[in-house]
Ligand binder design. Structure first.
Ligand code: NAD
Length: 317
């Protein structure tokens, strides 16, 4: 009675951590098909999967930008059955839009948004017929709130959120669950790749103020944000594991409590100015506010770690 879990983008980061965590479920409740675009990049997963490989975990090829590859992967599964889809594959893009080509932007939408749609076009009819299934989307806090110089990436995650909100009502009619997982910054390859691309951007197409804002404010603070707020992919995997074992999983789940004060601002002001003004102050009104916020966040992180370890201690005793 194992549930079949299909995960995309498992060669690194959150996808890899998810595949391993779910395959190592204490009660062996899941059979995981960990998929990746390029099987040659499977080494890290093979190593992390250990003894679960060939037992509760199998690796398969799947490119979310290629319909045939999705179909071939699903066709290769027993009865084409997927009980839980975890749409995780994704990519980032930072910088001023003046310096990005439409092709680069299209690639982000194609992977992050149409990738999800392609998966669902293949899997939703079967799930509806069986009246059983859970669609889990690794979205982001940027799926509910835009961030400076992440314009198109945030748009791609907003697209996923709008799409899922619309689909959720129909899904309910078929007894299907949808969950959007919304991590804040996570320390993965993603962060490094996006940063390295950011450094390479030809800023000559942007005006001086914009270029300066990107280099001296955004890029300068990039590492520090991940350092002070960043979660591990294993932590996100732990949250997601909990979500897929729930009887009534929530529609949205934020994995980083340090970030919730920011997203709460959005819901606190229907006119939408509060989060924008707050971000503006954090970024521009001087480093002092920014540093003060970072220090505050570090304190929170220390405290939450402390209470987390206390919780663990309590459970042990
Ligand atoms: P990552 O770069 O380590 O993982 C992304 C994975 O997606 C990679 O393995 C990559 O090869 C794969 N991928 C890209 N295009 C693909 C395609 N066409 N077909 C199949 N696989 C493809 O980064 P990550 O942080 O683990 O990202 C995973 C998900 O988490 C993404 O959707 C990302 O948007 C989301 N996310 C990341 C962060 C963060 O800060 N790292 C925060 C919130 C949400």
């Amino acid at each position: 009675n194992q549930k079949v879990v299909l995960i995309t983008g498992c060669s690194s980061g959150i996808g890899l951590a998810l595949a391993v965590r779910i395959a190592k479920d204490e009660k062996k409740r899941f059979m995981v098909y960990a998929t990746m675009r390029n099987l040659a990049k499977g080494e890290a997963l093979v190593e992390a999967a250990g003894k679960t490989l060939g037992r509760t975990l199998e690796i398969k090829q799947l490119d979310v930008c290629n319909e045939e590859s999705i179909k071939a992967c699903v066709d290769s599964l027993p009865d084409r059955r997927v009980d839980i889809l975890i749409s995780n594959a994704g990519m980032g893009l930072i910088g001023p839009i003046e310096c990005q080509t439409i092709d680069e932007m299209r690639n982000v939408m194609d992977t992050n948004f149409f990738g999800l749609i392609r998966l669902l076009k293949e899997l939703l009819p079967d799930m509806k017929r069986r009246k059983k299934g859970h669609i889990v989307v690794i979205s982001s806090v940027m799926g509910i709130q835009g961030i400076l110089f992440n314009d198109v990436y945030a748009a791609s995650k907003f697209a996923c959120e709008g799409f899922c909100e619309s689909l959720a009502v129909q899904a309910l009619r078929f007894n299907l669950n949808i969950t959007l997982i919304e991590p804040g910054p996570v320390i993965t390859e993603f962060e490094r790749k996006v940063y390295e691309e950011g450094v390479k951007i030809d800023l000559s197409k942007a005006d001086k103020v914009t270029a300066d804002m990107f280099t001296n404010i955004y890029m300068k603070n990039y590492g520090q944000i991940f350092e002070s707020l960043g979660q591990t992919p294993e932590d996100v995997a732990e949250h997601t594991h909990k979500i897929i074992t729930m009887d009534n999983p929530p529609f949205r789940h934020q994995t980083n409590t340090l970030y919730t004060p920011m997203t709460t601002l959005k819901y606190a002001d229907p006119e939408g100015d509060l989060p924008i003004d707050t971000f503006y102050k954090m970024v521009f009104e001087h480093d002092k506010v920014f540093n003060a916020s970072l220090n505050f966040l570090k304190l929170l992180r220390w405290r939450s770690r402390k209470s987390f370890s206390l919780e663990k201690e309590e459970k042990k005793s």
